[in-house]
Design a protein around this ligand. Structure first.
Ligand SMILES: [Fe+2]
Length: 282
């Protein structure tokens, strides 16, 4: 979602690409800089979350987004990457070695190149996702993932798999961790902004509730409208066993998450079925 002035003065001197930003949230053509963020919080053993800033390119909206960090032995995997400020990177480095980045959201990915160039991280994206600027899926990609993963792929985190919204365009996934009763890490699909937080600017506070955001246990409204996932994908999501959700947008949901999201998912199923019927009649 972020786009800002290009930065070519990384301390390591390795991050000098002229790549553009990606997706719905990053339509500018320059690298994003690090924006304000909070501290890394350990939610469960070896599972960390940090909340940072998203600045929507071309629109006067600033709001929050989360990066989840998974640690296994000394190896870190970043999900929904957020470029951190130097002090944040130092904290991250103290947790372990930044080995992998996994992109889940079709409209995210803007900071993945940073972790590739600065740390040599291996970048994983969902099959069918590409790193293009804006909404034009046919545009020339500015960056390539190292691995394209699907539901059957072995991920770099043990006891994990992807659940893919196969009908969504572009593809979107949630990461399933088979521990602690089931943990879902989501991109734009499952959100949980209970209230506007300190990363929302005034315009976002005014506009985003009217756009369907800033609701607890919510399906990402713009994602749902643009990516148009089918009812069977939502049914598959609801069939997963999960107690917790770590969303890219909003507060973590710790405990009873599937039941808390059930009304929104069932509403999305009904909406998708309605949309299919309208298409058949037209
Ligand atoms: Fe997003």
């Amino acid at each position: 979602m972020v786009a800002a002035k290009q930065r070519t003065d990384s301390p390591s001197g390795r991050y000098r690409s002229t790549a553009v930003t990606a997706g719905m949230h990053g339509q500018a053509r320059e690298l994003p800089v690090a924006l304000p963020h909070g501290e890394l919080r350990e939610l469960l053993p070896d599972i960390f979350l940090v909340t940072g800033t998203m600045k929507m390119a071309g629109r006067p909206l600033t709001f929050s987004r989360n990066m989840t960090v998974l640690r296994e032995n000394n190896s870190l995997t970043l999900i929904n990457s957020v470029r951190l400020e130097e002090h944040g990177l130092r904290s991250l480095e103290q947790l372990g070695t930044i080995d992998n980045v996994i992109r889940l959201a079709g409209f995210h990915g803007t900071d993945d190149p940073f972790y590739k160039h600065r740390y040599g991280a291996r970048i994983w994206a969902v099959k069918g996702q590409s790193y293009v600027s804006g909404f034009d899926a046919d545009a020339t990609p500015f960056f390539q993932a190292d691995e394209l993963a699907g539901a059957a792929s072995q991920l770099p985190v043990s006891g994990s798999k992807l659940f893919v919204f196969r009908s969504a365009k572009p593809p979107e996934a949630v990461m399933v961790l088979l521990r602690d009763g089931g943990i879902l890490i989501s991109g734009d699909s499952l959100q949980n902004w209970c209230a506007a937080d300190r990363y929302f600017n005034l315009m976002a506070r005014l506009m985003m509730p009217a756009m369907g955001f800033v609701r607890s246990h919510n399906i990402g409204p713009i994602w749902n409208k643009v990516a148009r996932p089918a009812a069977e994908d939502f049914e598959g999501l609801l069939a997963l066993r999960f107690e917790h959700v770590l969303p890219a947008h909003g507060d973590e949901v710790m405990g009873n998450a599937r039941e808390l999201y059930r009304p929104a998912i069932e509403k999305a199923i009904a909406g998708a079925l309605c949309g299919s019927e309208r298409q058949l009649k037209s």
